[in-house]
Design a protein around this ligand. Sequence first.
Ligand code: FRU
Length: 448
Amino acid sequence: MDNLYKMTYHIEPNRGLINDPNGFIQYKDTYYFFHQWNRFGLDHSYKEWGLFTSKDMLHWQSQGSAILPDREEDRNGVHSGSSIEYNGKLYLFYTGSNKNNGVRKSRQCIAISENGKTFIKQKEVIDTPNGFTEHHRDPKVWRGKNNWWMLVGAQKSDLTGAVALYSSNDLLQWKYERILYDKDLDQVCECPDLFQLNNEVDILICCPQKRIFIPSENKEEVSSYACYISGVFNENAMSFTPNQHRKRFDYGFDFYSPQTFLDNKGRRIMAGWMSRMEEEQEQCCPTRKFGYIHCLTLPRVLTWENNMLYQRPIEEIFQLRHNAQIYTSSQGKFEAETGHFELHLIRNKTNYPFTLYLCNRTIGITYSPETQILEVKRKNWVDGKMQTRQLALSELSELQIFSDNSSAEIFVNDGVAVFSMRYFTDNQNIEIEYVGLQQGEKLEYFTL
Ligand code: FRU
């Protein structure tokens, strides 16, 4: 059976379930992309760290398992975390999960590698401090001015979410300092991150999560999303002061747990999990029949310009471009050569309506200058109905879309907003339709 959904330039597992990116780093000239992995099944019952490596962030080699749930602290899961290079060694920080008779215990754990191949677990672990429940996970470590810092996603004893701050001088002994942030973080905060952009602003990433009871179906659903808050992290006061409202990291249907690192060109690179699907979607996801599920996003470069966060695909991706075609007529319809392609819409009359349908109308993008709304629709593979996401946008100047057989990442206005999503079409002909190009404007197509 042909797999029409197999991706060509995204990370997905050859078997099992993949979720969060973990410990994303450039170590000794190689990009290391660890990730949450259930290599035995298509559910979340087992978690270890798997590893992909790459020299160029385009071609990834699976290195199999990196850290396994093989000791008491982590026997019920090697959960998410981060990595840091220090004195030539790679330090990995992860959450060890242990459930005894259904009672959850979380510990932040450390593994060290000198060669990027063997990861030696250390005896030092961090127990959850008073004032928190055992929903204490996803350590993110970075170097501060005088010490190392660690953020941990947390739930306070009053069952609301928080981000906990720890410090260390040697990366092994850690001291709990205080709650760095806890405003409106629902019931748990997962996968925090904190970094500076442009020597100007500190960005705090949070993934608030809550459980919602749906009476009509008599079941609970998990609702969670990734957001960021710009502000100032004061190292001496150990405080984070927001200077803008929190914003969604991504406006699409499938995006969660972003994680960043600084590469040796000084780029702040971020990748996320492109598949935080609703349960029913996960159960019906068409890749299951090929023995795997989910994928990660394209790595993106984050910058801060004009008081806004920009996300742009890593420039390496343009090396894949070939078979360029340019469309300039006011409307048109054409077949993409394959499902892995890029579309680039460049407009100069930014206040006119525009519509684009991708992949046999599995995805529709419409900009309306009257309502000043950009609307993205995606066909839900569970029931075949269109789902909608909207973004308030005063003008549409540019769309850059990266499709990879079963995923689309839509960058709006040079990266001011992004919509990430999975899509599934069984049609081998990938039809693209557009309406609304004005004089002098163009839609470029590239096979990737
Ligand atoms: C986020 C998350 C993390 C946890 C991991 C387990 O998707 O729930 O908080 O460490 O996934 O796989």
